[in-house]
Design a protein around this ligand. Structure first.
Ligand code: CA
Length: 221
């Protein structure tokens, strides 16, 4: 597997390249936005780690351009956690977001998770969803949900990897807004996770993204 690292801090990109090499990945580091954009139009890679602030074209522009012709996974790196919310709103099509300063170990784990998601064939997914019966069959085990839990699960599950903010979740899964707060969402997520974990302790499916919200993603524990 080949990873393109677009990053204008050389110490950071070479450190990440080193970790990637140890994990068995090949990689290429590019420090300038224009060069990255040109490289992507001429070469193949399996995933791009893309810094937001770059000399030349910024990460946002590069990602948008790339999405016009390619579904290559993109992990966007940003220096501000608040930026992630804004980027989510822009729907630029990145597959994951990571906040700097990051640990290269964490980035490698995220890269593996994104690649697994992209390459996991639909028929092998160990999950069957039955919205009418309010149940999910996870690795052969039946998990019963309440109506709200089912709506929450479906929302996240239908778009794996997409991060949903608490506000978005509040607006979309509850019928009575008056009783809902951030804490209500957190508590429903907690219940959902507990049920899923009881059925499949070796799978981690619902993830909380610090400062941003929640997402569904297959990860082995
Ligand atoms: Ca930068």
């Amino acid at each position: 597997m080949h990873i393109l690292i677009v990053e204008d801090e050389p110490e950071l990109s070479s450190l990440l390249a080193e970790y990637l090499a140890n994990a068995g990945f090949e990689s290429e580091c590019i420090a300038h936005g224009d060069t990255a954009s040109q490289w992507l139009s001429q070469h193949q890679t399996d995933l791009v780690v893309l810094d937001l602030m770059l000399p030349g074209k910024d990460g946002l522009t590069i990602c948008r351009e790339l999405r016009q012709h390619s579904r290559i996974p993109v992990i966007m790196a940003t220096a501000k956690v608040e930026e992630i919310d804004r980027l989510l709103g822009l729907e630029i099509g990145a597959d994951d977001y990571i906040c700097k300063p990051y640990s290269p170990r964490e980035v490698v784990a995220r890269i593996k998770a994104v690649l697994r998601r992209v390459h996991w064939p639909e028929e092998n997914k160990p999950i069957v969803v039955d919205t009418e019966k309010l149940q999910v069959i996870l690795q052969g085990k039946h998990v019963e949900f309440t109506a709200v839990e089912m709506r929450l699960f479906e929302l996240l599950y239908r778009e794996p990897g997409k991060i949903f903010s608490r506000q978005y979740i509040m607006d979309h899964i509850y019928t009575d807004y008056r009783v809902v707060s951030d804490r209500t969402v957190d508590s429903h997520v907690k219940k959902l996770r507990k049920k899923l974990h009881e059925a499949a302790p070796d799978l981690d499916l619902i993830h909380s993204i610090y400062g941003a919200g929640y997402k569904f993603e297959y990860q082995d524990v």
